[in-house]
Design a protein around this ligand. Structure first.
Ligand code: HEM
Length: 202
């Protein structure tokens, strides 16, 4: 029974941790894209993103990460034979990578607060997909354990990466077309204004 309590709160921690791991890099995308805005708008937006990132990291992500790991350790203490399971060794390896990602996010946050942008908005979109891939593999490992369906898993991860690449490229294309349309319409209105001015002075 105690084990199930730990497992339940392990899962609560996982859900909250991943909410942050998915949303924080999305804020990084907007934060980096705010750089392309005029000075006044840029300052306001970047200050707002900094506050949102800091709160998300400190109030949700880090406590949820601690809860996930603490509950996992508690499960292993209650059922120490788990440590002999090969699936858990692989899962632990992937969790170490995830912890690295978590801490790297904190470093990126500090850099951006100091005005240093290591990645562009488009690169952050790719960065944002990394925890998704880890999430799917870790959950599959936790569920299938030692009978992990290797080939089905590799194909689903491969399919997911291709789908993400396609979505990111399509979105970038949509934004480029929107920008071109905006630039064309502002050129048109400039030309109209010039025409009216020329008429007025004639
Ligand atoms: C310190 C790192 C972690 C350790 C040591 C750990 C360990 C464990 C253990 C021992 C179980 C119970 C397995 C069972 O009773 O069948 C479990 C369940 C589970 N874990 Fe983790 N875990 C860790 C991190 C994570 C992360 C990061 C995720 C999500 C990406 C995750 C997702 C799950 C899921 C979905 C289950 C439920 C599996 C089931 O009951 O079928 N775990 N974990």
């Amino acid at each position: 029974m105690t084990y199930l309590w730990f497992k339940a709160f392990h899962l609560v921690g996982v859900v909250a941790w991943f909410a942050g791991l998915f949303y924080l890099p999305r804020l990084f995308v907007y934060h980096a894209e705010a750089n392309e805005q005029p000075e006044a708008v840029r300052t306001v937006l970047q200050q707002q993103y900094q506050i949102m990132e800091k709160r998300l990291y400190r109030i949700i992500m880090t406590p949820a990460m601690v809860l996930t790991v603490a509950m996992a350790i508690a499960m292993v203490i209650v059922a120490p034979d788990l440590l002999k399971e090969p699936w858990l060794h692989i899962k632990l390896g992937l969790v170490v990578v995830l912890l690295g990602y978590h801490h790297f996010c904190a470093r990126l946050m500090k850099e951006m607060a100091a005005g240093q942008f290591r990645f562009t908005g488009q690169q952050f979109r790719w960065f944002n997909e990394f925890p998704t891939v880890l999430f799917v593999i870790i959950v599959m490992l936790a569920v299938f354990k030692n009978s992990f369906p290797t080939s089905a898993a590799s194909w689903s991860v491969f399919g997911m990466i291709v789908a993400m690449a396609a979505i990111i490229q399509l979105y970038a294309r949509k934004r480029r077309l929107e920008k071109e349309r905006l630039a064309a319409s502002s050129n048109e209105s400039d030309e109209m204004a010039d025409g009216l001015r020329a008429k007025g002075s004639a």
